[in-house]
Design a protein. Structure first.
Length: 88
């Protein structure tokens, strides 16, 4: 199995950049909606991910796509794939 084929199994998430103050790192917020198990009401939840941004390409407000990777630091386990939409 080639290296690129293995990477297809990694998780991919899309979110909004919350912070780009660190060097080569970004913090993004990933929102998701789910139905409450008991009350069946749609509930919005979000989680923060720390991602590696090698070229310091993403900035606050950008919509980005990240891929799961090996642990790069204590909190960074994701890598920036692309900037989907720039902030206005």
């Amino acid at each position: 199995m080639a290296d690129t084929e293995k990477r297809n199994y990694r998780k991919v998430r899309q979110g909004i950049v919350v912070s780009d103050k660190m060097d080569k790192s970004i913090v993004l917020r990933v929102d998701r909606t789910m139905s409450h198990p008991r009350y069946k009401k749609t509930v919005r939840t979000s989680s923060k991910l720390h991602a590696h941004d090698e070229k310091n390409d993403a900035h606050t407000g950008d919509v980005v796509r990240v891929m799961e990777t090996r642990p790069l630091s204590k909190t960074k386990h994701w890598r920036l794939i692309e900037v989907v939409e720039r902030a206005k």
